[in-house]
Design a binder for this molecule. Structure first.
Ligand SMILES: O=C(O)CCC(=O)C(=O)O
Length: 221
């Protein structure tokens, strides 16, 4: 199917044609009340995933970000880089990030996602977890520039890590997913409105992991 024939963005409820396409393409739905999360554990074959990991480690301008916590600035427990189209300025953790240019590999992956998912992303947050001591705390990807129902494609290469989800409201059940080397996770619909997610530390993990979350950022007028 020609990707240009499909809408680029999904509104509050997930577009039925897109959902059918994702599931026909091998993404399986993760049971999560009210949310829309799909996972393909083997989206990239092993040899390709190995090559992608090496390319991403080498190409990306990895930096330590400063986070604002309790009124002071602290180093984020991972390295990161915001990459995207020139107008895809993104604000998170109370900091404004102008995009770095697409690298050869992130640009190629963006094209592959367009072909596979029918979604055109204009930015990607790259995170490098140097080993199991690096982590990501609880949060939702719900910044206003991502719109009311963000669609996020999360690609993982390197050490398998546990990805956790928990409801923002009291009483719901949490979920845990294993995100392995070459996996593709998709979060859409009301997932960010209803759930937070985190990547907890795993001190026994010695290998690095790269995670890419492709996003559609609405440029500020
Ligand atoms: O590394 C991961 O799988 C999670 C990344 C994440 O939560 C984010 O980029 O917002």
């Amino acid at each position: 199917m020609n990707p240009t024939a499909l809408p680029h963005r999904v509104t509050a409820e997930v577009d039925a044609a897109l959902l059918a396409r994702w599931q026909a393409g091998g993404l399986r739905a993760v049971p999560l009340p009210g949310g829309c999360v799909l996972l393909d554990e083997n989206a990239w074959p092993l040899a390709q995933a190995d090559a992608l990991l090496q390319a991403l480690l080498a190409e990306i301008d990895w930096r330590t970000l400063q986070l604002r916590m309790f009124g002071r600035s602290v180093d984020a427990p991972r390295l990161a880089c915001w990459i995207g189209d020139a107008d895809a300025v993104y604000c998170y953790s109370r900091t404004r990030f102008a995009p770095q240019p697409w690298t050869a590999t992130t640009a190629r992956l963006r094209e592959q996602l367009w072909q596979r998912l029918g979604l055109r992303f204009n930015g990607v947050l790259a995170n490098l977890y140097r080993d199991g001591r690096d982590s990501m705390g609880w949060h939702s990807d719900d910044e206003p520039e991502l719109g009311p129902a963000p669609v996020i494609a999360s690609l993982s290469f390197g050490a398998p890590r546990t990805f956790r989800l928990r409801p923002r409201a009291r009483g719901g059940a949490p979920a845990s997913l294993q995100l392995g080397h070459g996996s593709l996770l998709l979060m859409a619909g009301r997932t960010q409105a209803l759930y937070q997610h985190a990547l907890p530390p795993r001190t026994r993990v010695r290998e690095p992991r790269v995670n890419l979350t492709f996003r559609q950022v609405n440029p500020k007028p």
